[in-house]
Design a binder for this molecule. Structure first.
Ligand SMILES: CCCCCCCCCCCCCCCC(=O)SCCNC(=O)CCNC(=O)[C@H](O)C(C)(C)COP(=O)(O)OP(=O)(O)OC[C@H]1O[C@@H](n2cnc3c(N)ncnc32)[C@H](O)[C@@H]1OP(=O)(O)O
Length: 258
């Protein structure tokens, strides 16, 4: 399976995110993000690669390619920093980017559509479908995130910043969105380990609420592969590891239908 690429050396946007995180306090970022977002609206549909899967019957394990299949079409890689990123998110990104240098970790590119980016599928023009986690046109109002995969550890880390459009309890992230990030991170780790999967079971203990605009890390490991069944464990914690937001286990089933 082709997974993605690690191209993209665009310099991190600093100025706005620095302003956003002035004082280094994520708690003040969500309100600021609203105004920032108004200035960074991006219209149009980005037709991009995100997750590519192999056809039924193909071998399972994926690899991270260093080719650049989508650049020629101008597809945007959403895993790269933008002006809505807080300093904490940017710092975590820099930290994991540094870890990619010895090859143990790979940054996964992220696009806003998925299906027609299976390797071998024709790039058949614009589609209305969008990846659930990338369905908003404004930077910062939804999910800002970037995933890094460590093959040896079968571990997927997703650094993320939930924006103001994801509110559940006043000021805090909706639990369904936390579940989405757990599902995507653990599912992504499962995909990178065995190939295409469906989520079969997800159990989540919510420990602490996540403030909108804050920076968090979902950290998932594949604990066991038993035939088609992939067992994962995921923890969501704050950017500085001081608070645990959620703990989860997930069962993913390898599928030949994706
Ligand atoms: C490329 C990398 C880049 C990454 C970049 C970022 C990542 C980007 C995101 C991508 C990561 C995806 C993240 C979103 C993932 C979704 O959102 S998936 C959508 C939500 N899930 C679904 O819709 C699945 C719905 N369920 C189904 O389709 C089917 O029930 C399933 C899960 C495919 C299983 O059906 P099946 O293939 O017929 O398998 P079945 O024979 O029933 O069960 C197989 C085995 O699993 C067991 N099992 C099945 N279900 C369960 C269960 N709920 N509990 C316990 N055991 C179970 C069975 O007992 C059986 O065990 P054994 O008898 O073999 O011991």
């Amino acid at each position: 399976m082709y997974v993605g690429v690690t191209w993209g050396t665009r310099a991190p946007a600093k100025s706005t995110s620095d302003r956003l995180s002035a004082g280094g306090n994520d708690r003040h970022t969500s309100a600021a993000m609203l105004s920032i977002c108004a200035r960074h609206t991006r219209g149009g549909i980005y037709l991009c690669n995100y997750l590519t899967t192999q056809r039924a019957g193909g071998p399972a394990p994926c690899h991270v390619s260093t080719s650049q299949p989508s650049l020629s079409k101008g597809h945007r890689d959403y895993s790269l920093p933008n002006a809505s990123w807080s300093q904490n998110l940017q710092d975590l990104y820099n930290k994991y980017q540094e870890l990619t240098k010895n090859g143990d970790w790979k940054r996964l590119p992220s696009y806003n559509t998925s299906v027609h980016h299976r390797e071998g599928d024709p790039m058949d023009g614009e589609r209305e479908n969008r990846l659930f986690t990338r369905n908003l046109d404004k930077d910062g109002v939804g999910l800002e995130y970037c995933m890094f995969y460590n093959k040896a550890e079968k571990r997927m880390v997703c650094i993320f910043q939930p924006g103001p459009y994801l509110e559940g309890p006043p000021g805090f992230l909706h639990g369904g969105c936390t579940a989405t990030m757990i599902d995507s991170t653990a599912g992504g780790g499962a995909v990178c380990t065995v190939g295409p999967v469906f989520t079969a079971n997800l159990n989540i203990d919510y420990r602490n609420p996540i403030l909108l605009g804050s920076t968090a890390i979902a950290d998932s490991t594949v604990e066991k592969v038993d035939g088609r069944k992939v067992y994962t464990r995921c923890t969501v914690r704050g950017h500085d590891d001081k608070v645990v937001y959620a703990e989860a286990t997930g069962l993913f089933i390898k599928s030949s239908n994706l």
